[in-house]
Design a protein around this ligand. Structure first.
Ligand code: ATP
Ligand code: MG
Length: 428
């Protein structure tokens, strides 16, 4: 029995002038994700067929489940466009895939080969009798409310039969909207925000503020591991992770800023750094894992007092989701277990006892005048470390208490997995 997987790309979205680039991108993404497997990929206008070895089936299906822009896919059985052959195969497919007798059932035929003398309806009528008479499984024909539909598609070269349609991730091909920078902490939310951004067509780079050795190097390791998961949804083998030195800024804030405002000002500094990076590198947006109401720093007043330092569009995919919903997605995409390892980064460690829930921009400005943050920001940006995180990327962790410099080794010169561009110079 010859099996293939048929991929469908959303037809609602395939209108307008973007169709060409939409299809090109998603097809490239599919090919990239299959390239180490023994598969044959055949591309038609708005769909694709993947021929594969049976032992790779699970693997191929898993990879397809992580491709944004893919609307649905089906395992299809292929034969010649000959009625006898189709009848024989249809019986086998029913016996193989329908698990019990009595299932309400219908056949639907599509005739792409218009030179056939019979129309689709007539073909269904002609095939249904012999198919059902010969199948061992006893189904009940119910054309109004079927539980299972056997689709038969007859084309010039081949006939395709399938029963099940698996929903894909949906969304848009990654990158079709351009690139954004995800402020990625070692917590639960920002990886989920990154996932939603990718699913909706934004290619992402990750931006992590690290305060090692004040905060444990293991919290940086968490972000590296998150990057390894997120890359599974990306069209390339690797994903870029920028490690942004934050320790000196962090220390200055703890030293000079009254504790109710430390979080507000820390976040304002993060936004300033992200915005400068984004402008310099011509990315289009900043994405965060913020959602309203979760913690003191996420009241509406607080978001306003933080966001006012940037003029860039900020995307907050999780803004009105509650923690339970976010955790559900984190589990599904595979980042939850990483994010919940015990090590925390700068925002979670040294949290003030009573943070201001209604911070104000004018007070924040006043506190920021107490130290020379401009120099600290510029210095931090000069020392951003950019990693291309692919499947084999590892930090060199000798033990706790290390700094990022130590974990990257002295001769850091831009580090990445082989197949990607390696950064050799500072971004600034
Ligand atoms: P998360 O689970 O993503 O950390 P959170 O609910 O714990 O979110 P905060 O810790 O207040 O909330 O952070 C809010 C957002 O700020 C994060 O989602 C992330 O986008 C950004 N952020 C916080 N800390 C960092 C960090 N160390 N590096 C990069 N971004 C950060
Ligand atoms: Mg956090």
């Amino acid at each position: 029995m010859t099996k293939q997987i048929l991929l469908r790309f959303g037809d609602l979205m395939l209108k307008g002038r973007n169709i060409g680039s939409f299809l090109r991108r998603i097809k490239d993404h599919v090919r990239e994700k299959m390239k180490d497997l023994d598969v044959e990929v055949e591309s038609q206008h708005d769909r694709m067929f993947i021929g594969y070895r049976q032992e790779d089936e699970r693997n191929v299906l898993n990879r397809l489940s992580r491709i944004p822009g893919l609307m649905s896919y089906s395992i299809v059985y292929v034969t010649e466009p000959d009625f006898e052959k189709i009848i024989e195969l249809a019986r086998e497919v029913i016996d193989l895939e329908i698990e019990q007798d009595g299932v309400r059932f219908k056949i639907e035929t599509k005739r792409a080969d218009k030179t056939l003398p019979l129309n689709s309806q007539e073909i269904t009528l002609k095939l249904a009798g012999p198919i059902l008479a010969g199948a061992k499984r006893r189904v009940v024909v119910d054309v109004r409310d079927p539980e299972e539909i056997l689709h038969i598609e007859i084309r010039k070269e081949h006939a395709y039969l399938y029963l099940k349609t698996i929903p894909g991730l949906g969304g848009y091909p990654v990158g079709i909207l351009g690139k954004g920078l995800v402020m990625t902490s070692s917590g639960i939310d920002s990886p989920v925000a990154a996932f939603f951004a990718m699913k909706q067509g934004i290619e992402v780079e990750l931006f992590h503020f690290e305060s090692t050795p004040m905060t444990p190097i293991e919290s940086v390791q968490k972000v590296v591991d998150v990057a390894k998961v997120l890359r599974l949804y990306a069209p390339r083998e690797t994903i870029r992770l920028h490690l942004v030195p934050f320790r000196d800024i962090h220390n200055a804030i703890l030293e000079y800023v009254p504790s109710p405002y430390t979080i507000t000002i820390m976040r304002r500094m993060m936004y300033r750094l992200a915005e400068r990076y984004v402008k310099k590198n011509r990315l289009l947006t900043i994405i965060t894992g913020e959602s309203v109401g979760q913690v003191a720093s996420q009241t509406l007043q607080s978001l306003k007092a933080i966001e006012v330092v940037t003029s860039f569009p900020i995307i907050r995919p999780l803004v009105t989701m509650d923690k339970t919903e976010i955790i559900k997605v984190a589990r599904t995409i595979g980042t939850f277990d990483i994010s919940t390892r015990p090590f925390e980064d700068c925002c979670s460690i040294y949290v003030p006892k009573q943070p201001a829930t209604k911070p104000m921009h004018i007070y924040a400005l006043r506190y920021e005048e107490l130290f020379d943050y401009e120099t600290l920001l510029e210095d931090s940006l000069k020392h951003v470390r950019t990693l291309s995180v692919g499947p084999s990327f590892e930090l060199d962790l000798a033990g706790s208490g290390m700094t990022v410099e130590e974990a990257l080794g002295n001769d850091y010169n831009g580090i990445g997995d082989e197949d990607d561009h390696v950064e050799t110079k500072s971004q600034f």
